[in-house]
Write a protein that binds this ligand. Structure first.
Ligand SMILES: NC(=O)c1ccc[n+]([C@@H]2O[C@H](COP(=O)([O-])OP(=O)(O)OC[C@H]3O[C@@H](n4cnc5c(N)ncnc54)[C@H](O)[C@@H]3O)[C@@H](O)[C@H]2O)c1
Length: 309
């Protein structure tokens, strides 16, 4: 069956690259990008669309003969902590709209990302298992944890083919990050090039799970292509590549830019980071649908600096 894909929230850090990769594989006209923000230029189909407007989402799917949806519209961790009710409403309403359309059979396959934020301070921080204690303490994390349970509920009760990954912090150079707690790991590269210095909003030793964007995009597409019977987790899969702290990232950047310096001024985002896991165990993804990351810290830093001039 021919694939027609709709991306909701396509203008953000992940969507910018996911749209491009999906178009390379499935064809430019098969992939409809949509966002609240209208981009200055688009190379393929684009629709201005509010992911919380159920009627408009339904119409876009029907008019575009869409059968797969990637729901990326969300409010991220740092922003949602400041706008709790707005964050909750956006993150949950958009998900319910898609899950209901999938229950009706209008969406045949749905992708919705979760996050390491679904865990909390009582979760084991090292080697965080697929199944473990999850008591998230941030608005964003609560919305991700609740969303995972709803995905599993719609799958088990209504046969909805929904798939999900708990992304770690994602590092990329194409689009700026959207207000998360791991944004420092992108900004540091731009400041290193511009000023040779970076002031980190997280403490030097804050170890967090991270991934380079090409791996995250490939993971997403491989998960969506995997035969349904291989997808055994219908909440969300742990996904991992490497973990680092601001200090160890700075050390790696210094190998390329020896004069680079860093200092630390932790803000409210430190408490968010302190509530999250440090090293994720993603054995389930590796065995169920053969996930394998390609970029380690060294390769990621070299590639980021090669692209940011
Ligand atoms: N980037 C990361 O490091 C990371 C890590 C874990 C999980 N995630 C998850 O991945 C998804 C995408 O993240 P991202 O980093 O690309 O976020 P982002 O903030 O960069 O992009 C989100 C996009 O959604 C759009 N949007 C906001 N409200 C909308 C609405 N009502 N209707 C339509 N579009 C709307 C925004 O304009 C923006 O372009 C989110 O669910 C996020 O929680 C991201």
């Amino acid at each position: 069956m021919e694939k027609r894909i709709l991306i909701l929230g396509a203008g953000g850090q992940i969507g910018t690259e996911l749209v491009q990769s999906l178009r390379e594989v499935y064809g430019q006209d098969q992939v409809i990008a949509s966002d609240l923000k209208v981009p200055e230029h688009t190379e393929g189909p684009f629709v201005a669309l509010d992911a919380t407007d159920g009627a408009a989402v339904r119409k876009t799917i029907e008019d575009g003969k869409v059968d797969q949806v990637y729901l990326l519209a969300a409010m991220l961790s740092a922003t949602a902590e400041k706008l709790p009710r707005k964050g909750w409403d956006l993150n949950m309403d958009s998900l319910f709209i898609c899950l209901e359309l999938a229950k009706e059979g209008l969406i045949r396959k749905l992708y919705w990302p979760s996050s390491i934020a679904a865990f909390g301070p009582t979760t084991p921080k090292m080697g965080t298992p697929q199944h473990t204690i999850a008591e998230p303490t941030t608005v964003y994390g609560i919305s991700k944890f609740a969303g995972e349970r709803w995905c599993a509920w719609y799958h088990h009760n209504h046969g909805v083919d929904v798939r999900s990954l708990r992304y770690p912090g994602l590092i990329s150079y194409t689009a700026p990050p959207g207000g998360g707690t791991t944004d420092y790991a992108v900004d540091i590269f731009h400041q290193a090039r511009k000023k040779g210095h970076y002031t980190s909003f997280l403490r030097s030793d804050t170890l967090l799970p991270m991934m380079y964007m090409p791996d995250a995009i490939r993971a997403t597409m491989e998960l969506m292509e995997a035969p349904a019977e291989q997808i055994k987790q219908r909440g969300s899969y742990n996904l991992a590549a490497f973990s680092f702290s601001p200090e160890s990232l700075a050390q790696e950047i210094k190998k390329h830019l020896p004069d680079f310096t860093i200092d630390y001024a932790p803000d409210f985002r430190q408490a968010i980071a302190d509530s999250w896991p440090q090293v994720i165990n993603d054995e389930a993804a590796r065995s169920d649908w053969h996930w394998a990351h390609r970029y380690d810290l060294e390769a990621m830093v070299a590639d980021m600096l090669a692209h940011i001039k």
